[in-house]
Design a protein around this ligand. Structure first.
Ligand SMILES: C[S@@+](CC[C@H](N)C(=O)[O-])C[C@H]1O[C@@H](n2cnc3c(N)ncnc32)[C@H](O)[C@@H]1O
Length: 251
């Protein structure tokens, strides 16, 4: 207990030191933001060779952190028991689709990862809820690049849909049910449209993960997830790795 207290105090002191320049940089002084350095140490990914080898291969082409990648990996496995495929909106260079597709492949799942992106950058950005994204960011990719990236992993369970989701490509999967939805779109309106579209298509027990929860440049997504707090039929979880999670608890 004593050691735990010392460790926790040291972590807190480190977080405070790191916070000073962080607050200034992000203009977040007196706002509910604080650099998170949880003092917990359980890290099962450290001994998961399959995960680490997949993550380190995709990392040069990914914007998600190790902890978020681990959560996608484990969630894809756990949600095997919930009916429905996986939807991802916000694929960029394909890495997060590969992480989920690889796990499904390893456990012999028949599910498909529907990987949706414009492949020409962020859309529907710049509303008053968005504090950084204006539209067009992350256009340094292409459908061809992602198709080749997925192929390198020998995956046949990742299907790419090009266009704004759901406006351009929603009709292609409108009759599907989903057990998991990863939304990594950076802008409020884009995320709101995806969530509203997918919600009636989620099985009970399905999970939505918002990649951009709580980061200083994606305040619109934090607001969006917070708006879901307290709504009927869902539980909202603030995971401190930057994933905002919504579990569907009733039809
Ligand atoms: C931060 S990147 C995704 C990063 C990726 N998940 C990774 O592996 O790190 C955000 C992506 O969302 C896409 N995007 C944003 N809104 C979209 C929408 N409504 N439909 C399709 N793609 C969208 C952008 O084109 C961009 O590639």
């Amino acid at each position: 207990m004593h050691i735990q207290r010392i460790f926790s105090n040291a972590t807190f002191a480190m977080a405070r030191l790191m916070n000073i320049p962080f607050f200034e940089w992000a203009k977040l002084r007196n706002k509910p933001y604080h650099l998170l350095v949880p003092a917990a140490t359980y890290a099962p990914w450290v001994t998961d060779r399959d995960f680490l080898s997949t993550y380190y291969k995709v990392r040069p082409h990914s914007l998600v952190n190790l902890y978020q990648a681990w959560e996608l990996w484990k969630m894809a496995e756990q949600l095997e028991q919930v009916p429905g495929d996986i939807l991802e909106v916000g694929v960029w260079r394909g890495s997060t689709s590969i992480i989920m597709g690889k796990k499904l492949d390893m456990i012999g799942s028949p599910k498909t990862v529907y990987a949706c992106d414009t492949f020409t950058g962020v859309v529907k950005a710049g509303d008053q809820e968005d504090n950084y994204y204006a539209g067009g960011e992350h256009d340094d990719t292409s459908l061809q690049f992602v198709a080749a990236h997925v192929k390198k992993f020998g995956l046949t369970n990742v299907r790419l849909l090009q266009g704004i989701f759901p406006d351009d490509t929603g009709h292609e999967v409108a009759d599907k049910q989903f057990s998991m939805c990863h939304i990594d779109v950076d802008a409020y309106r884009s995320g709101r449209d995806v969530l509203d579209w997918v919600w009636p298509r989620l099985a009970v027990g399905a999970v939505v993960l918002f990649n951009d929860y709580g980061f200083p440049i994606t305040k619109g997504i934090t607001q969006l997830v917070n708006e879901e707090n307290g709504r009927q039929g869902r539980v909202v979880i603030h995971n401190m790795n930057g994933n905002g999670i919504i579990v569907k608890t009733e039809a």
